[in-house]
Design a protein around this ligand. Structure first.
Ligand code: EPZ
Length: 418
C-alpha cells in the first residue's frame, strides 16, 4: 500500500517551528558542484526524496558524497561520465540542469528529455536555446539529447520567459564559457541568487542574480567551498497557511522575510496578523478569515505558483468569494476536485479558480496528485471536521521533511500509515 496520512482535524496549531534548507536552492547547487574538482561542504541540506535522488546522480557520475545529518561532504574530483542516467532524469525532471554544469566540466553531456509531470508539459526549449547560444551543439535525433561544446563562448541571451531552470542552466554553462555572458529577462527567484552566491563562494564572478539581468564572467578556476543553503520559502509559506487555516499562532524560525513578502501580504488581506521579527515570522490566524478578491501567480517577486494550492485550501474556508489565476503551469488545480469532496465550493474555469468560502470542511479520503497539491490537502485536513486520509503522500515527501511530525509538534494529530 502506498503511504498515507491520517489526520484528525480541527486542532488549533501553536508553537514554533524551524524551516530547513530550500529544495529548489539545493538542487541547482548540487548541479553546480561539478564546476569544481575541489571538496564541497553543504550545510542545512534537507532530507527529501528529490535531494537524495540528485545525490544518486552525482554518485553515478563519479562523485563521492557523505551525508552527516544535514551536512553533505562532496568530493567531485573524479567525474567519470558525461551521461546523466535516464532513470533519474525521468524520476526527477529538475536534473535537466545537470546539462549546463556537465557541459562546463566535461565539454559534453547526454541525457533524455525530462518529459512532463503532474502539473504540466514542462518544456525545455528555453534551456536548449540558451545553451546553443553559448556554442553547444545538440543532437536530438536518437530520442535523447547529445550535447557537445568543444568550446563554450560567452553570449548575450534573452529569455522569452523568465524560466527558473533555463536561467540556472545557462548560468552553470556560462561559468566555463570564454568571456562574458549576459542573461536578459532572467528569473529573479531567491534560489537563483543562492546559486550565484554559491558559485561566487567557489571563486566565480556572477552579478545581478535577483534582477532580470545576470552577468557571468566565464573561464575562472573554481576552488573548494563550504556553503549553507537558504531556507525554504515554500515550506515556510506552507507553515504560515497552517497557522491561518487552524486559527493558530505559530512562530516560524529560520526564514528570510523578504522572500515571503507576497505571501505575507496575501495572508494579511485575509485578516491574519503576520509579523516579521528578524529571521522569524509570527502568524496568527482566525477561524473565519476574509476572502481575497484576486490572487494571481507570477514569477518572483509575485505570488508563487508553488503556494497556489495551499492558498486555495485556505480561501476555501474564508468568508466570501475569492478568485485565483494560475499563470505559470497549465495543470495545477488537481487538488481542487479533492477539496470539493471535502465540501469546498470551488469551480475551475481554464486557468482560473472561483472559490466560494464555506464554513467548514468534512474529513474524507483524498488523494495527493502532486507535491504542493498534496500539501494543500493536508492543510485542509487540519481544518476539517473528523478524519481526513491523504493518500499518495510520497508526492509530499518530495518537498517536505516529515510534514506530519513537523505539524504534530505544533499540536496537529497526523499519523503516517505505511
Ligand atoms: C522551478 O521549476 C521550480 N522547481 C518549481 O517548483 C517552480 O514551480 C517553478 O520554478 C516556478 O517558480 C525547481 O526549482 C526544481 P520554470 P522550473 O522553468 O525551473 C515554462 C515545486 O513545487 N517553460 O520557471 O521548471 C514552463 O512550462 C516545483 O517545488 C518553457 O516554456 O520552472 C512553465 O510554464 C514545481 N520553456 C514556466 O515556463 C522552458 O524551456 C515556468 O517554468 C522552461 C520553462
Amino acid at each position: 500500500m502506498v503511504a498515507e496520512y491520517v489526520i484528525n482535524g480541527r486542532k488549533t496549531l501553536a508553537g514554533k517551528i524551524r524551516v530547513g534548507g530550500a529544495k529548489n536552492a539545493i538542487l541547482p547547487v548540487l548541479a553546480a558542484v561539478l564546476l569544481t574538482d575541489k571538496p564541497v561542504v553543504l550545510h542545512d541540506c534537507p532530507h527529501l526524496l528529490d535531494v537524495e535522488k540528485t545525490i544518486m546522480i552525482l554518485k553515478a557520475i563519479g562523485c563521492t558524497i557523505k551525508r552527516e545529518d544535514r551536512d553533505l561532504i562532496i568530493d567531485p574530483s573524479n567525474i567519470n561520465s558525461w551521461v546523466i542516467p535516464e532513470s533519474y532524469v525521468r524520476e526527477i525532471r529538475s536534473s535537466i540542469i545537470f546539462l549546463g554544469s556537465m557541459l562546463a566540466r566535461m565539454g559534453r553531456a547526454q541525457t533524455t528529455y525530462p518529459g512532463g509531470c503532474e502539473i504540466g508539459q514542462r518544456p525545455i526549449d528555453l534551456h536548449l536555446k540558451g545553451l546553443k547560444q553559448l556554442g553547444v551543439e545538440i543532437d536530438e535525433s536518437n530520442g535523447y539529447l547529445a550535447c557537445e561544446a568543444s568550446k563554450l563562448e560567452g553570449a548575450t541571451v534573452h529569455l522569452d520567459y523568465p524560466s527558473v531552470g533555463a536561467t540556472e542552466n545557462i548560468m552553470l554553462a556560462a561559468v566555463k564559457a570564454k568571456g562574458r555572458t549576459v542573461i536578459h529577462n532572467a528569473a529573479k527567484e531567491p534560489e537563483i541568487v543562492d546559486l550565484q552566491n554559491f558559485i561566487n563562494a567557489m571563486g566565480g564572478d556572477i552579478r545581478g542574480a535577483g534582477t532580470n539581468t545576470v552577468v557571468i564572467e566565464g573561464g575562472r578556476k573554481l576552488d573548494e567551498v563550504e556553503y549553507t543553503i537558504i531556507p525554504d520559502r515554500i515550506v515556510a509559506g506552507t507553515y504560515m497557511v497552517a497557522a491561518a487555516i487552524t486559527g493558530g499562532d505559530i512562530l516560524i524560525e529560520n526564514v528570510i522575510p523578504e522572500h515571503l513578502q507576497s505571501i505575507i501580504y496575501k495572508l494579511r488581506e485575509t485578516g491574519c496578523v503576520v509579523q516579521a521579527q528578524g529571521l522569524s515570522i509570527r502568524v496568527k490566524g482566525k477561524y473565519r478569515l476574509r476572502a481575497v478578491e484576486h490572487t494571481k501567480t507570477l514569477p518572483y517577486p509575485g505570488f508563487p505558483t508553488d503556494m497556489q494550492a495551499q492558498f486555495t485550501s485556505l480561501l476555501s474556508v474564508t468568508r466570501g468569494t475569492s478568485i485565483i489565476s494560475e499563470t505559470i503551469f497549465e495543470n495545477r488545480y488537481r487538488h481542487v476536485p479533492e477539496l470539493v469532496r471535502m465540501g469546498a465550493n470551488i469551480r475551475v474555469d481554464g486557468q482560473t479558480a472561483i472559490i466560494h468560502g464555506v464554513r467548514g470542511l468534512k474529513g474524507t479520503r483524498v488523494t495527493a496528485k502532486d507535491l504542493r497539491g498534496g500539501a494543500a490537502l493536508v492543510l485542509a485536513g487540519l481544518r476539517a471536521e473528523g478524519q481526513t486520509i491523504v493518500e499518495n503522500i510520497s508526492y509530499i515527501e518530495r518537498g517536505y521533511e516529515n510534514l506530519d511530525s513537523a505539524l504534530n509538534s505544533l499540536g496537529a494529530d497526523i499519523t503516517k500509515v505505511e
